[in-house]
Design a binder for this molecule. Structure first.
Ligand SMILES: *Cc1c(COP(=O)(O)O)cnc(C)c1O
Length: 373
């Protein structure tokens, strides 16, 4: 049986990658902010329309060190409808996550509930752009200004997304991207912080390189989170093709919409008219399902046909075993409901439209319990 996975990493041709890495044999510079690394930073600043990009070995370390660079204290407002990384990055910085619910419309933070989460101890908001949908950045900006809070966006899902003509990472004090193999743009593993204040750039540079200031001065307790030259070379190649990849993703996304939008048991993910999306994921949410049943049946049935959808994001981070007894999931009822009923369908640039039709057809058969497609 031919198998279809939820995603398939984008790769340049072998020839293009060989060509890009061949100069590494002339210089023998393999890592430590080499030529490829610096070139990729500049290219990304242009592509993402941001003043500053700092590259990292992966998205998680980008987020963890961005939080550290901001010197936050106490509590941080965030959402549990995200990848493990977001919550872990907060906790690993010794901070307390305060979970705000998400909205049912696009699954990002419910901005009408942020203020009720603010206490004397709150120092920041770490909202998550999910699936390529973006948070209500204007409302968040307003609240952050009023209460003097920092804002760091987890933009791992939002590479290349533009909002009203602006790069999405222009909003907030910083945004982090993941360039993991499975993301819209990859450097095999990798990540970046886009930041507004130049001092944050200096802090980040130190934090990803052991806190070293100069040969004899180590004045920060840093980690090692540098992106190496082979990762950066992969990025330089993939960046040449990313627009084409997004165009192909859009075709797949639209085909799913055509096939599934009028199935009354399903809510499809619509794109905000002011957003130029990257079509990163195609989540469907099963409506009035007796909680997890229909979603799980569809997941299992697709698997029997060699189609690997994902229950993404499930479970919520505030229900993880490692946080047992620490958080009250009843405070985020919308997130709990969406998480129990969401399924993310296969979506990548080279997914055949005939496969999209096949997947859609299987889903329709199951939810309508008849054989029509
Ligand atoms: C992928 C992802 C991350 C972590 O990125 P890595 O590059 O895998 O470390 C963080 N947050 C979200 C929402 C993600 O999807």
């Amino acid at each position: 049986m031919r198998e279809i996975y939820v995603t398939r990493p984008s790769m340049p041709s072998k020839e293009e990658y060989y060509e890009e890495i061949s100069t590494i044999w002339d210089t023998h510079v393999l890592t430590n902010m080499g030529e490829k690394h610096n070139k990729l930073e500049r290219r990304l600043e242009e592509y993402l329309k941001v003043p500053n990009v700092s590259l990292f070995c992966n998205g998680h370390m980008a987020l963890e060190l961005a939080i550290q660079a901001m010197d936050l204290t106490g509590e941080v407002i965030t959402t549990p409808f995200t990848f493990a990384s977001t919550t872990h990055a907060i906790v690993r910085n010794g901070l307390t996550p305060v979970f705000c619910d998400i909205n049912e419309n696009d699954y990002t933070i419910d901005v009408s509930k942020i203020e009720s989460c603010i206490t004397q101890k709150t120092s920041a908001i770490i909202p998550v752009h999910v699936y390529g949908n973006i948070c209500d950045v204007e409302a968040i900006d307003k609240i952050a200004k009023q209460y003097k809070l920092k804002v760091i966006y987890d933009a791992a899902h939002a590479f290349g997304v533009n909002y009203r003509g602006k790069g999405i990472a222009e909003f907030g004090d910083a945004s982090i991207f993941s360039f993991h193999a499975t993301k819209v743009f990859n450097t095999i593993e990798g990540g970046a912080v886009c930041y507004a204040e130049p001092q944050i750039g200096e802090r980040l540079y130190q934090l990803k390189n052991f806190g070293i200031q100069s040969e004899t001065i180590v004045n920060g307790i840093g980690a090692n989170a540098k992106m190496n030259e082979f990762q950066a070379a992969m990025g330089l190649c993939n960046l040449r093709h990313v627009d084409g990849q997004i165009t192909k993703r859009k075709k797949v996304f639209q085909r799913y919409i055509e096939n599934l939008a009028d199935i009354k048991q399903i809510k499809v993910n619509m794109v905000n008219p002011y957003v130029a999306s990257n079509y990163a994921y195609f989540p469907i949410v099963f409506k009035n399902g007796n909680v997890e049943k229909i979603r799980d049946t569809v997941y299992d049935e697709l698997k029997l046909h060699g189609i690997y959808a994902r229950k993404y994001f499930y479970p919520l981070t505030n229900t993880f075993e490692c946080y047992h007894g620490m958080f009250d999931v009843s405070k985020t009822p919308v997130a709990l409901n969406i998480s129990g009923n969401v399924l993310t369908l296969p979506l990548y640039a080279d997914l055949e439209l005939s496969d999209v039709d096949k997947i859609s057809c299987l889903i329709k058969k199951i939810v309508r319990s008849d054989s029509r497609c």
